[in-house]
Design a protein around this ligand. Structure first.
Ligand SMILES: *[C@@H]1O[C@H](CO)[C@@H](O)[C@H](O)[C@H]1NC(C)=O
Ligand SMILES: CC(=O)N[C@H]1CO[C@H](CO)[C@@H](O)[C@@H]1O
Length: 142
């Protein structure tokens, strides 16, 4: 019985590691500890909406700051965008209090972006200081 439980634990931790392996951390001072990232491309009439949802833990209050997003494939940069963390099109409003947060924001991409190829995104957050508080890389395909 103990062996089975142990094997199950190993299996679960492998599964958890696999799903965590979807994004990779790319630095910052870890004031925003990122736990999970999901990226969902949604096609509408005009463009592609890339919907990012980040769950994590904030170790400070955020009064202002920016989200930087770069999406590329090889040498081609499709998106290079800076937007305020505290803007009306985000899922939560500032000040963002420290603690667990779930943050969603959308980036639009041209409909001309080729489908079926791996797109590499890098997203990082800055706070009011401004320091880089968190960063992740995640791949997706349209
Ligand atoms: C992002 O886009 C999705 C799909 O259109 C929408 O449900 C969601 O509310 C948008 N998020 C924000 C923060 O606007
Ligand atoms: C976007 C992405 O790469 N998602 C993958 C994350 O990891 C799980 C488990 O390995 C895959 O099923 C997803 O496709």
């Amino acid at each position: 019985m103990k062996k089975i439980i142990f094997k199950l634990l190993v299996l679960f931790s492998i599964i958890i590691n696999l799903s965590r392996a979807n994004f990779s951390d790319c630095g910052g001072n870890k004031k925003f500890e990122i736990d999970t990232v999901s990226v969902i491309p949604i096609e509408n009439n005009e463009n592609n909406i890339i919907s990012f949802t980040i769950k994590g833990f904030l170790k400070e209050n955020i009064y202002e700051g920016n989200i930087f997003t770069i999406i590329n494939s090889g040498a081609i940069t499709f998106v290079k965008e800076k937007k305020p963390i505290c803007s009306s099109d985000q899922s939560i409003y500032c000040p963002i209090e420290s603690g667990e947060i779930q943050y969603n924001f959308n980036i639009s991409m041209s409909k001309k972006t080729p489908k079926g190829q791996t797109l590499y995104s890098t997203v990082w957050f800055t706070d009011q200081n401004p320091d880089q508080i968190g960063c992740f890389n995640i791949n997706f395909t349209l």
